[in-house]
Design a protein around this ligand. Sequence first.
Ligand code: FAD
Length: 415
Amino acid sequence: MSHPAHHVVVIVGGGAAGATVASLLLKRRPDLDIAVVEPAETHWYQPAWTLVGAGAFDVAATGRPMASCLPGKVTWVRARASGFDPENNQVLLEDGRRIEYRFLVAAAGLQLDWHKIEGLEATLGNNGVTSNYRHDLAPYTWECIRNFSGGQALFTQPPMPIKCAGAPQKILYMAADHFRRRGLSAQLSFHTPGPAMFGVPFYSKALERVVAEYAIRPAYGQNLVAVDGPARKATFEVKQADRSERIEQPFEMLHVVPPQSAPDFIKSSPLADASGWVAVDKHSLRHARYDNVFGLGDCTTTPNSKTAAAVRAQAPVVTANLLDALEGREMSAKYDGYASCPLTTSVGKIMLAEFLYDGVPAPSFPLDPRIPRRAYWWLKKSYLPALYWGMLRGNLGLDWHAPRQFPEAVPAFKA
Ligand code: FAD
């Protein structure tokens, strides 16, 4: 058997997290031998799919060739990882090869479990059933909104954790705004297994005001389990104390966010804990058991909101701590749990939710972040995409986020 290829650093996944860490490492150590294992030919800027679904962004502008997103100096291994053998410092590839490393960075994102909702895959993209969680379906969301002529519009959110926990309701508000402007008679409902609109109470209370303004019906404790596209019926499991029942709901339009989990090859690997995610320390981002393994982005156990904004805060931490370990120093960097979720409360306004671990509000600007503002819409549409593409090249831009105190009472605002 031939010897496996060897690299000082192997990064699995060339998405937001993998590409950014590769670039940051090379900025500090231009001679570092890095391989990135990544099967995809296209790199997607997923945060803009929400705007695509509302007709406010061109889907073609959300994808770029992977080759242009990975630094030229890395060895790009165009293959899919199929497992990890951390005892032997090796990554296993689907084609049977192995790659050896001194340091490993797990950055393979998460898996969308469409198949867990009965009947969904057969009808996605037809019968008014859509999802902004796929680039090829986001334009169909806009088609559904544009062609909507009244009736029931359902929006669903699966159990946590998911990537961008705000995305399921962002499209809800923009659809509501469109229907309102057109004077349509629409009944909108938001179905979530959780007990609130958002996991951070500070923002959730403000979002309840948005829900009330649009007369949206929040359906808490409801989990989508089946879809019958041709019959236009959605089935929800409703849990109450010690029993659960199934209810059917007719729809004209159904926006689904699929259940999500760690990629299967991570779940079944020694890097995962019982939850299936890569088990890392929530501050150092180093693996709980393997000192030469780091993890970041959507694939880990860290209890932050899974976002590209979190990646931007995590990538410098992984870079610093990996280089500390490589060069024999104590690890020096700590991730504070920062994440950001630009909540589109209407077409043209955004509530810029930024927070740390434990839901501590940490806005970039010294303004009450619960008030939706037009300036943040511009930020989302123009500045953040540019920031993202720059981040992949190791340019992180300015970072002003800081914990700040605000009055408990939600201020008055219009969505
Ligand atoms: P990804 O960027 O998904 O990259 C994972 C990479 O791993 C991919 O390139 C994939 O091909 C690769 N990979 C997968 N399996 C393997 C394998 N077996 N072997 C090798 N490579 C593999 N974030 C925000 O900050 N703000 C937002 O407003 C926002 N909105 C969003 C809206 C939507 C609809 C969606 C879908 C996401 C949104 N996000 C948002 C979340 C953001 O896109 C992710 O959190 C971010 O991309 C995570 O980066 P990542 O590198 O961990 O995963």
